[in-house]
Write a protein that binds this ligand. Sequence first.
Ligand code: SF4
Length: 223
Amino acid sequence: MLEILSLAGGALSPASAAERLRVADLGLMRRLIDSAQAAIKPAAAFRAGYVDQKRAEGVVVDGVAFTSRVLRRNLDTVGRVFPFVLTLGREMDGRIDASGDMLEKYLLEEIANLALREARGRFEAHLRSAFALEKISCMAPGSLEDWPIEQQRPLFGLLPGVEAALGVRLTESFLMLPRKSISGIYFPSEATFFSCQLCPRERCDGRKARYDEQKAREYGVLK
Ligand code: SF4
């Protein structure tokens, strides 16, 4: 059954946001955060799912097949997983779109990304405590060639009612609307896994871990 979780938390700190985004004008940052805060409505939809089959090229979760050797390997010893969608909601997209100023638009995008990261942290904390999990990792369709964006379709298939519950839908190109949304599958893991460890892309602001060629070789994704 789909569970819906509000992830509203404390307000973003203008000082730390200004430092992270390298913005000297604290007054501007305070004003933008104040105006963004009312539009940010973070929430997640998720459920526990069970791995029915482990195949050479992927896994089947509650009857839904996923094709990814990396996911398959990460779920080698895992029986229960947590497919999810998390969003800041439509209003924040609207707040960004309504801005006619390029700098303000850029900063609002970045403020939304910070809010998304904080909401994700609260969601992870909830999963760990609600399901007594010490360590969890996540994979998202589209983060690696091995698990392409088209796999959003079966992921959404595991979360029926997500559009009615959160207002999140897939476009024809498998992107999510509202834009400030993330999706994926969390799973228990002994060590934290990041798709970035298998991704050799050189310039990426979103990188969360260093590229690990040895690991990429072990996972069979090295070209
Ligand atoms: S390095 Fe960037 S592109 Fe590669 S998986 Fe990480 S976030 Fe995605």
